[in-house]
Write a protein that binds this ligand. Sequence first.
Ligand SMILES: [Zn+2]
Length: 364
Amino acid sequence: MMIAAALVIASIAAAQAPAAGAPPRVFDHVVVLSVDGLRPDAIDGPEDGALPGFRRLLRGPHTLQARTDPDITITLPNHVSMLTSRPVGGPGGHGWTENGDPPAVRHGGTLHLRKGAYVAAMFDVAHDHGVTTAVIATKSKFWLIAQSYDGSAGAPDTTGPDDGRAKVDLFACARATNDAFRLATAQLRSGAPRTLTLLHIAETDSTGHAHAWDMAAGSRYRTAVANVDAALDGFLQALDAEPSLKGRVAIVMTADHGGGAPPLSHTEPRAAVNFLIPFAVWLGQDGAPEELVAMNADRRAVVPAGEHVPLEAVPPPIRSAEAGNLALQLMGLPAIPGSSANASQDLRLVPLPAPAAATSAPAP
Ligand SMILES: [Zn+2]
């Protein structure tokens, strides 16, 4: 009994202590940037010098070997995973497998009606803590998020002051990449003291579907990546130019899937070109590029890039589904209820101190 009690106390203490490698401080603004259909090899290699925006996002902890959901590599299910930090399938999954515009609410068009239980998202936790939230998307199917977290479908706020049931303050569907980035800039400049924004960019995906995920220099796909990069670079420069935002904005950049299997799509979940995605965390300034998988080798799977990893794997590889809980981690907020990806918010973002500098602690 004594041993069991001591173990319980030790585990509570471990849970309350700041995680080793936690980011040095809390961010007031987080943008989860999802570049639809962005293959990591499109921002890696000899041409990356021509991509100043993406290159800046890689000036921080990042990996070019993150994973989508293991069983489905299409847009809407994977975005729901990012926002809820749950897989698509399995008992703890959110269960939304469709990829078109959602049906009306009276026909089951919310995540909760589909699941048969409330499915909380990063917007629940943030909004209930007084954060201003936004979804800025470039595909109409994201209306599913607006429908699932509006004033009727969202959960009551039982945390501190009542911020209401509508968990998403702004929903905008933009037609063009530049418009979406402009809306995101406006949201950050709105004067709201704390904001959490999903910014979704479709241009890379729509180009891949029309002209294939062609990695040749100068291809239509590579040109689309460069177009997105130019808008991203302008967005980062707009942040640089705003003294009130300096160092207060973190960006989590990832993708819902890659593409190329089959050539004009991304429906084969076991194809590495589809399941491999970038995952980059920009910590308010250009810092040292750090490899995220290596930094988290004691808590996330380290597997060859081409190897498919099933849902049951423990520990899991870094997946885009971590984005929601990571965004909250960056804001100093708790994890999403019912979530599983990065649910202990232990994704390490700064390297461990060198062994010589570490204090020696007796083994338990
Ligand atoms: Zn697509």
